[in-house]
Design a protein around this ligand. Sequence first.
Ligand SMILES: [Zn+2]
Length: 312
Amino acid sequence: MKFAPIHGVAVSVLALTMCGATALAQSEGAGAPEIIHHKTNPSGAGAPTAGSTGTQTPVITYHGGPVLGTPTVYVIWYGNWNQTNSSDTPSGQHIVRDFLYGINNSPYYQINASYGTPTGYVNVGAEMTDSYSQGSRLSDAKVQLVVSNAISSGKLPKDTNGLYFVLTSSDVAESSGFCNKYCGWHTSATLVGSNIKYSFVGNANRCLSGCAAQTTGPNGNAGVDGMVSVIAHELEETNTDPNPRSGWLDSNGAENGDKCAWTFGQNQTLGSNGAYYNMTLPGLSTPSRNYLVQRNLAQNSLCYINYVTRAQ
Ligand SMILES: [Zn+2]
């Protein structure tokens, strides 16, 4: 996605990348991070788009900044994940946990290893619950506060190699544009004295037409099944561009995940419940699960879904 121009901000040092937004992020005031957003689904609900197998120009290049080898993922379950809406539920949480477990060294995540320093491995760290400490309408600054408080309180360790996901239940808004400008974003900031990478991803059940590729999910939870693809997007971007605009990006400011956003490749299977999926990964709560996850860009500027078979 596009990077937000930082205008009129006196002391901004952070960079947020919005994933999937066609609109630019607005400044959030002094000290606000520069968010890189993950744009919303351009085609809305329907058959998932396969996407181009050609070079995604302009090509992605390295800008000299830090790149993570094997990130550790922390999860903050924000809001109420014990609802009766069939989406923000304990079983929905299991889908996310299983995905974060299964993505480690998967043929999919090996795409990121093409950049050299990233290993294609992902560690899963601690998780915690935050029951609306900042209310049900978050700003970018409040998301940052949720992360900062999680670390300063000792509920989560302070880890400069970490990526802290704030995953909100579907009754939580993000006022800078969740559901209309983006489905998630990632950034970094100096929190509790250290460079901390974090990401917002909302439950797509709030806006399936904008933040999910299909209205029936492979695991029967369209919202969380939609979130999974956005989580993958933000994870791979944080891996290769942890301090936005300093690692791997193209001349338009697009990171690896942005360049393949909302494309799912040619090897999709229609499951018995009517949902398409493009990968099966081992799980923790169940032996394996199917997912529909967007493709990711390799260093050669081609989008893949499986870097072992080179399937696109
Ligand atoms: Zn992105």
